[in-house]
Design a protein around this ligand. Structure first.
Ligand SMILES: [Zn+2]
Length: 99
């Protein structure tokens, strides 16, 4: 379940775990004053699952890059160019190491 961030003028910012379809809170559960929901980039903050948007995006970009490099390797095999293939593998390994 995602956490939503709310701001109360009295109590400051706090987080509330809510289902996606749940109505946003209108009053502070602590002081009963008016609150408003803060919108982060995604509108939703995931916590406690080890899921972080930035890591995920980075991992996806990495996977895409590795795939692309390996595809060049495979094309070298198709050309039956073993020497070129080995050079390409070395080059790919270097590039992946730098990521
Ligand atoms: Zn409050």
């Amino acid at each position: 379940m995602p956490f939503y961030e709310y701001e109360c003028k009295q109590c400051g910012v706090f987080e509330k775990m809510q289902k996606f379809h749940e109505e946003p809170l209108k009053v502070c559960p602590t002081c009963g004053g008016p609150i408003h929901r803060l919108l982060s980039n995604s509108g939703v903050v995931f916590k406690g699952t080890g899921f972080y948007t930035t890591d995920y995006t980075k991992a996806k970009a990495l996977a895409r890059k590795v795939n692309k490099e390996r595809q060049v390797d495979n094309e070298a095999i198709l050309d039956r160019d073993i020497k070129g293939f080995n050079q390409q593998v070395d080059k790919t390994n270097l590039e992946i190491k730098d990521l």
